[in-house]
Ligand binder design. Structure first.
Ligand SMILES: Nc1ncnc2c1ncn2[C@@H]1O[C@H](COP(=O)(O)OP(=O)(O)OP(=O)(O)O)[C@@H](O)[C@H]1O
Ligand SMILES: [Mg+2]
Length: 249
């Protein structure tokens, strides 16, 4: 599928005097998994919040499924924030049901079915009646993922969804993300682990609010010129290359 899901053009966002997103442009194809990779403070969360419509850019344009990101687009969008935004006193089931209602799943029978389906998917069926405050960090992440995908949105933003997950769960999350893209959804995932990077079909390496490299994991590794280069080597290669350019300028 070659349709474009998201176009970002010359995007700028400032927190006061700090430029968090700096003249950033990207295109994300529909039905793919796109990774935003970069160190702490490189602008991943800010960029995601701009694409979801929670922040307004100082300048530049964003088009998500052909429209500017606005709350009226919310039903097409799933968003898993970096810090789970859940109701601690409500149970797993009540939290997911709450998001299902917000996203307009009105029919009670269908909603209950879908909530059950998602609870099983994130493997929390035995905890469905437990208050979220009593769950472990990784379990809260799973509830948060459930809330983001409850309405089967075509566009899903996941801000560091695998942080704090054990290796088995991380692999399960990725199996699930891959099944979502196979069924046509577009997934934007932020991470700083190169393990996540290797799972994405396309990646943008971010640094200082800018895209310093763009390509598939294989393309980015190949650019280092070393056959056995890892994703980590590729990232360091682009950082060094950027520093050489900055010093030369
Ligand atoms: N609410 C805020 N007010 C002021 N500055 C902010 C705010 N949120 C983020 N920043 C700054 O904007 C820059 C980008 O932050 P952002 O959270 O987008 O980075 P990130 O790549 O998501 O980092 P991390 O990997 O730690 O999640 C950083 O310099 C950060 O300090
Ligand atoms: Mg972040």
């Amino acid at each position: 599928m070659n349709d474009v899901a998201i176009t970002v053009k010359n995007l700028v966002f400032n927190f006061g005097r700090l430029r968090a997103v700096d003249d950033l442009s990207l295109e994300i194809s529909a039905g793919t998994s796109f990774g935003l990779l970069g160190p702490n403070g490189s602008g991943k969360t800010t960029l995601i919040r701009l694409m979801v419509g929670l922040l307004k850019p100082a300048s530049g344009n964003i088009s998500c499924l052909g429209k500017p990101p606005t709350p009226s687009n919310a039903r097409n969008v799933g968003y898993m924030p970096q810090l789970p935004a859940l109701y601690a006193e409500l149970t797993v089931q009540q939290n997911i049901d709450f998001f299902a209602r917000i996203y307009g799943l009105r029919d009670k029978k269908k909603r209950t079915q879908r909530v059950d389906e998602v609870i099983k998917l994130v493997d929390l069926y035995s905890k469905r009646k437990t208050q979220v405050m009593k769950l472990s960090g990784g379990m809260k992440q799973r509830v948060s993922l459930g809330c983001a995908i409850i309405h089967q949105p075509p566009l899903i933003f996941l801000d560091e969804p695998t942080v704090g997950l054990d290796p088995e769960l991380r692999a399960r999350f990725w199996d699930y993300f891959e099944s979502l893209t196979r069924s046509g959804s577009t997934i934007i995932v932020s991470s700083h682990t190169m393990d996540d990077a290797a799972h994405c079909q396309k990646l943008a390496f971010l640094r200082g609010g800018r895209v310093i490299a763009l390509g598939s994991p294989a393309e980015l590794r190949a650019a280092t010129g070393t056959a056995e280069a890892t994703m980590e080597d590729a990232f360091l290669y682009y950082i060094k290359r950027g520093e050489v350019k900055e010093n030369a300028a």
